[in-house]
Design a protein around this ligand. Structure first.
Ligand SMILES: [Zn+2]
Length: 379
């Protein structure tokens, strides 16, 4: 095994399942200590910070001579569970295909290993600016790790090393959670003259939400992402079989495009409620806005994008393909904190699935491109 294979095998062999996803799981402490030791061996400044007790972020810094820009390489240490995997924490290399199998190999210990090799090599280059590598906790649940990191440090550009099949990801959607509650009137089931059925009233809301979703999806406006979307997630209501239900509660999720603000999404819902009220005097409902996460959109002109493209031209003799992804990521947290951020990472398959693997050659390519990017960006 060479250095990369050994490092990635070690990372995969350490169970770092997120305990908020699978209660009783060990979390990030052991893998954080492994990474911290590895970074110290590579002569980096290393700091562990615990956003949650016992669940650290690790930050390694290749300190520059001064005067250059700061590059952040970011990746998460936590993984989802291993249900259905016979030996998820026993890494296996298939020499015929060049794949390394195991939980987290693809999402995203491959990206972590590539970042670690890159920053260790950058340390030897005597750059002007700092290169920072942050291995964060809790991406798979609530992104507490990157949110804490974004409060503590600034950088002039960030690469989140999630798997992207070697594409350069500049955009993804955000989301807003909303609650709609319809208010009925409880009454004996035999008394339609007294009761108002909150569940039937919610049916009207659901019909309008479906129309809104169809409208959004048939009017794509974003070149990389298409349109926003909307779905009902959870519903509850009613007291018992023989009574008119006095309330019905719906939780819905609206996926948002760059530029679509949570306030505007709430206004869409309020508009639906207002129109239903106008056509039905017994219709009463309230809307409550829950948490939201911002979309990601980084300009092709951003310096981090230019540096990555220049690096790809050197390493791969071609520019990286620019794309958007469907899912939300930590890159949006960094971007919202004022750090121009992109996603760029290895190829493979099986994130959150039973058969997970990463392509080792693509991990090596990422390490090379991160390093050449750092040298150019931080010179
Ligand atoms: Zn991930």
């Amino acid at each position: 095994m060479d250095e990369l294979e050994r490092l990635l095998s070690d990372l995969v062999s350490i169970n770092s399942i997120n305990p908020d996803l699978v209660p009783g799981s060990p979390g990030e402490a052991e893998i954080a200590n492994y990474i911290a030791d590895w970074l110290k061996q590579a002569d980096l400044e290393v700091e562990l910070v615990e956003p949650v007790s016992g669940r650290p972020n690790v930050v390694g810094i290749a300190r520059g001579a001064g005067g250059g820009k700061t590059l952040l390489l970011n990746g998460h240490m936590d993984t989802v569970g291993v249900a259905g995997m016979p030996d998820g924490h026993q890494p296996r290399i298939d020499r015929a295909t060049g794949r390394l199998y195991g939980r987290g190999a693809y999402d995203m210990k491959g990206g972590l290993a590539a970042s670690m090799l890159a920053i260790a090599a950058a340390r030897k280059q005597r750059l002007q600016g700092d290169v920072i590598f942050a291995a964060v906790m809790d991406e798979e649940f609530a992104s507490v790790g990157t949110m804490d990191l974004a409060k503590r440090l600034h950088a002039d550009g960030a690469i989140v090393a999630e798997f992207t099949e070697l594409q350069l990801i500049l955009a993804h959607r955000g989301f807003v959670w909303l609650e709609v509650e319809t208010i009925g009137k409880a009454a004996h089931g035999s008394r339609p003259d007294l009761g108002v059925d909150a569940i039937v009233k919610m049916g009207k809301v659901l019909t309008e939400l479906e129309k809104l979703d169809q409208y959004l999806r048939s009017n794509p406006t974003h070149p990389l992402l298409g349109s926003g979307s909307l779905h009902a997630s959870l519903i509850q209501g009613g007291q018992e079989l023989s009574s008119y239900p006095e309330r019905c509660l719906l939780h819905a999720e609206r996926r948002t495009l760059p530029g679509e603000k949570p306030e505007a999404v709430e206004a869409e819902f309020l508009q639906i409620i207002r129109e239903l009220q106008q056509s039905d005097s017994s219709f009463t409902a309230v809307v409550r806005r829950g948490i939201d996460r911002s979309p990601l959109e980084t300009s092709e002109d951003a310096e981090i994008v230019q540096a990555l493209q220049a690096a790809s031209a050197k390493v791969l003799n071609r520019p990286l393909q620019i794309a958007g992804v469907q899912f939300w990521t930590d890159a949006a947290v960094l971007s919202a904190a004022g750090i121009p951020s992109v996603l760029f990472g290895p190829s493979g398959s099986g994130a959150h699935a039973v058969d997970e693997w990463v392509d080792l050659a693509s991990v090596r390519t990422c390490a090379d491109i991160y390093l050449v990017t750092a040298v150019d960006f931080c010179k």
